[in-house]
Design a binder for this molecule. Structure first.
Ligand SMILES: [Ca+2]
Ligand SMILES: [Ca+2]
Ligand SMILES: [Ca+2]
Length: 343
């Protein structure tokens, strides 16, 4: 079986809402400390949201605890149901400035530290929490009650891809800023019918004096459907497996006639019943209406830029290649090794 990790979706431009179905360090600070210990806790999907564009926490210990990275379910005593879905994910934004392709990335393959290439977004605020839950007898989230909350748990933050000014790349190797700021609001609910997804609402603003043409945004995801309880996470090779995580792109049509366009991953053999849920990512809408709003899908093997078996599945190495990945879909294959779902 092939390991085909990392899926992302993209669309032409500003203000995206992305649905994470169950089925997703530190940056150089410019006035705001890194926040990486906040995650959606009201529903069953526990997903870490940081203030530097990264989602997930890589299952690193934070204050002695391993917090949910993208875990479903998080409120269950049944160890088999506690499935993780990604180590990290993060926002990519691409555009063309004076004919040059630029992509600003929260994270890329194999990068985990501030100052490294590909870690290009920095916080400009902390992490504000708002909740529409008002009764403390119902939920401790009520301490964050606000009449302006959208969901049971809004996580609200801001970041940008430049330093002192929109030309300043704060010394990150090969980083040419687009000069954009991003406002992110993540929404989660505890309703039993709405506790398996998180909505991510990004508002992207051009803060530079240049025109950014043909913008695309995407979510790079190191998807890894796995259960930490399957085998001992403290033994070599334990914790989880990723060799049979398979990716796909659901292009089936919904009742309203739109393509579902869900990028997804699952564990092929389900790890003896320990990893039987999917992760899916989907663009829900934007300020750009359909049909101008388009979705693309690409995948490649972690940190692997050349794939002799599947030449189209290669990790992009620079902003020009990243822009191509954001703005086009991987060619559909045929023949042995490729599968097509029945519609
Ligand atoms: Ca870049
Ligand atoms: Ca797996
Ligand atoms: Ca497996």
């Amino acid at each position: 079986m092939r390991t085909l990790q990392n899926l992302f979706l993209s669309k032409p431009r500003i203000s995206t809402t992305i649905l994470l179905l169950i089925l997703a360090q530190s940056a150089l600070s410019q006035g705001a400390a890194d926040v990486f210990d906040k995650y959606t806790s009201v529903g069953q999907l526990g997903m870490t949201v940081t203030n530097f564009g990264v989602l997930g926490n890589g299952w690193n210990r934070i204050n002695g605890r391993i917090l949910p990275s993208c875990q479903y379910k998080q409120h269950t005593e049944n160890l088999r149901e506690q499935v993780e879905h990604f180590s990290y994910a993060g926002l990519w934004i691409g555009g063309i400035v004076n004919g040059e392709r630029r992509v600003s990335t929260a994270i890329v393959d194999g990068v985990f530290e501030s100052g490294q290439e590909g870690f290009e977004l920095v916080p400009t605020s902390g992490m504000e929490i708002k909740s529409s839950i008002s009764s403390t007898s119902q939920d401790s989230m009520a301490q964050y009650y606000s009449p302006y909350a959208v969901s049971h748990q809004d996580l609200i933050t801001d970041f940008k891809d430049y330093g002192e000014n929109t030309l300043d790349n704060f010394g990150i190797p090969n980083h040419t800023p687009l000069g954009i700021s991003v406002h992110l609001e993540a929404y989660a609910w505890n309703f039993t019918f709405a506790d398996a997804f998180v909505l991510l609402n990004y508002t992207i603003t051009n803060e530079s004096d240049e025109t950014i043409e043909n913008m695309h945004s995407g979510i790079w995801t190191d998807a890894s459907v796995a259960n930490m309880n399957y085998t001992s996470r403290y033994e070599p090779g334990g914790g989880f497996t990723w060799y049979d995580n398979l990716d796909g792109f659901d292009r089936s049509v919904d009742g309203a006639g739109f393509n579902r366009d869900i990028g997804y991953q699952y564990d092929l053999d389900g790890d003896d019943g320990w990893a039987e849920s999917y992760i899916g990512l989907k663009v829900l809408g934007s300020t750009v209406p359909r049909p101008y709003l388009r979705t693309h899908f690409n995948q490649w093997v972690w940190t692997t830029s050349t794939n002799t078996d599947y030449p189209d599945f290669g990790m992009p190495l620079n902003d020009s290649e990243r822009y191509k990945q954001l703005s086009t879909s991987v060619r559909r294959g045929s023949g042995e090794g490729y599968t097509e779902a029945n519609r």
